[in-house]
Design a protein around this ligand. Structure first.
Ligand code: AMP
Length: 391
C-alpha cells in the first residue's frame, strides 16, 4: 500500500490548520468581487478540514499593495467566503503578532488573516515573517497553485517550518500537469499562442523534448514565420529572437517533432476591432498585420487536435479580445473541447477564451494558475510545491 499523502497524511482533529489560499480575486472600482472562481476553487479543502475537526486559518494576498492599503483589505473576500460556505468567517485586521495569535485561537470556525502582502518582506520570502505565520498553526496546507511559483513567506517560507501538505486544489493541479508532462498518452499535442515568443521560449524548449506535435499560433508565430523567410508585413515580431526561433525549428526537426505554424491569416491595416481586414495567404502583403489565423489554418489546426490523445493549450491564436479576430481562438477552443483525449488549458487568456465560449465544462482540466502553469511547462520545480514536507 502506498504511503498517505496530502490531507490524508495528517491528523487534523483539534489542529490549527494554517492554509495558504489564492483569493486574489478581481474587483470593480467599488471593491465588489467580479469573479469568485478562486474562492470556490478552495472550498473542497476548507470543507474537508472542517469535517475532519480542524480549524482553518486562511491566508492570501490580494493585489499588489506596498504596505497597508485600505482598498485591499480582505473583508469583502471573507464575506463572500462566508456566503459560499454557509458558515461564519472571522476576519482579523492583521496577519501576525500576539493579538492575532490570541484572536485566531479564540475564534470558532474559519479564520481569515489580513492581506499577507501588507507585510514587508512577504514577497522576498523573509524568514522571520514566515516564523510569525508559523506560530499561528500546528500544520500548514498549501492550496494556492496560482502563487506556488513564488518563493514567498506565506507560500514556501512557512511550509519549511511546519508539517506541510498540498490541499485538494494543488493536488489536482500537480496530478494534471504530471499526467501531461510525465506520461502523456500519444499523440501528445501542445498549442502555444499569445503575444510574445520571448515569454514562451523556455516552454518551447522543454516541450520539444516531450510532444509529438507543437502548434504555434498568435502573435508569437510571426517571429517564427519571419525566421523561415516569409513576409510578415507589420505583424508582431521580435527580431532579436529570430535565431532562437531558427534553433527551435532545427531542434524540432532533429527530434522528429512536427511543428505547425499558420499557413494563412486574417490581416488588418490597424490594431483595432473595426480596422479594414481581409484574409491573407502565407506571405503577408506590406502594410498589413496578422491579428488572427486564417480559415485554412483553422482547419489544419483543428484536424490535428481532433486526433490527439493529450492536448495542452496555452495562449490565444489571435487578438481574441476583439470580436473581429476571435475566430481562430474560438475554433481551437472548440476543437480542444471536442477532443476525446486528456485536455489541459492553462494561462489567463486561453482560460478566459474558454469561459467566453462557454466550453469550460468540456475541458478535462482548467488550470487556476497562469504563471505557475507556465513554469511547470518550462520544466521548473515550484517553490510552493517542493517546500512541502509531505509531498
Ligand atoms: P500572452 O500574454 O503572451 O499570453 O498574450 C496574450 C495576448 O496576445 C492577448 O492579449 C492577445 O490579444 C495577444 N495576441 C494574440 N495574437 C496576436 C497577434 N496576432 N497580434 C498581436 N497580439 C496578439
Amino acid at each position: 500500500m502506498s504511503a498517505k499523502t496530502g490531507l490524508d497524511a495528517l491528523d487534523l482533529a483539534q489542529k490549527r490548520v494554517l492554509m495558504r489560499v489564492d483569493f486574489n480575486v478581481p474587483q470593480d472600482e467599488h471593491g465588489a468581487i467580479t469573479d469568485d472562481t478562486r474562492i470556490r476553487a478552495a472550498l473542497p479543502t476548507i470543507q474537508e478540514v472542517l469535517k475532519k475537526g480542524g480549524k482553518p486559518i486562511l491566508m492570501t494576498h490580494l493585489g499588489r499593495p506596498k504596505g497597508v492599503d485600505e482598498k485591499l483589505r480582505l473583508d469583502p473576500v471573507a464575506k463572500r467566503l462566508s456566503e459560499l460556505l454557509g458558515a461564519p468567517v472571522t476576519k482579523l485586521q492583521d496577519s501576525t503578532g500576539p493579538e492575532v495569535e490570541k484572536a485566531a485561537a479564540a475564534a470558532t470556525g474559519v479564520v481569515m488573516l489580513e492581506n499577507v502582502r501588507f507585510n514587508k518582506g512577504e514577497t522576498k520570502g523573509d524568514v522571520e515573517l514566515a516564523k510569525s505565520y508559523a506560530k499561528l498553526g500546528d500544520v500548514f496546507v498549501n492550496d494556492a497553485f496560482g502563487t506556488s511559483h513564488r518563493d514567498e513567506s506565506s507560500v514556501s517560507g512557512v511550509a519549511r517550518l511546519l508539517p506541510s501538505v498540498a490541499g485538494r486544489l494543488l493536488e489536482k493541479e500537480i496530478a494534471a500537469f504530471a499526467r501531461v508532462l510525465e506520461k502523456p498518452e500519444r499523440p501528445f499535442l501542445a498549442i502555444l499562442g499569445g503575444a510574445k515568443v520571448s515569454d514562451k521560449l523556455l516552454v518551447i524548449d522543454n516541450l520539444l523534448a516531450k510532444v509529438d506535435v507543437l502548434i504555434i499560433g498568435g502573435g508569437m508565430a510571426y517571429t517564427f514565420l519571419k525566421a523561415q523567410g516569409h513576409a510578415i508585413g507589420k505583424s508582431l515580431c521580435e527580431d532579436d529572437r529570430l535565431d532562437t526561433c531558427k534553433a527551435a525549428l532545427a531542434k524540432a526537426k532533429e527530434l522528429g517533432v512536427e511543428i505547425l505554424l499558420p499557413i494563412d491569416h486574417v490581416v488588418a491595416d490597424e490594431f483595432k476591432n473595426d480596422a479594414r481586414s481581409k484574409n491573407s495567404p502565407l506571405d503577408i502583403p506590406g502594410g498589413w498585420m496578422a491579428l488572427d489565423i486564417g480559415p485554412k489554418t483553422r482547419k489544419l489546426f483543428t484536424d490535428k487536435i481532433a486526433g490527439a490523445k493529450t492536448v495542452m493549450w496555452n495562449g490565444p491564436m489571435g487578438v481574441f479580445e476583439m470580436e473581429s479576430f476571435r475566430q481562430g481562438t474560438a475554433s481551437v477552443g472548440r476543437a480542444v473541447a471536442d477532443c476525446e483525449g486528456y485536455t489541459v488549458v492553462g494561462g489567463g487568456d486561453s482560460v478566459a477564451a474558454i469561459e467566453l465560449l462557454g466550453l469550460a465544462s468540456k475541458i478535462k482540466h482548467i488550470s487556476t494558475g497562469g504563471g505557475a502553469s507556465l513554469e511547470l511547462l518550462e520544466g521548473k520545480a515550484l517553490p510552493g510545491i517542493v517546500s512541502l514536507s509531505i509531498p
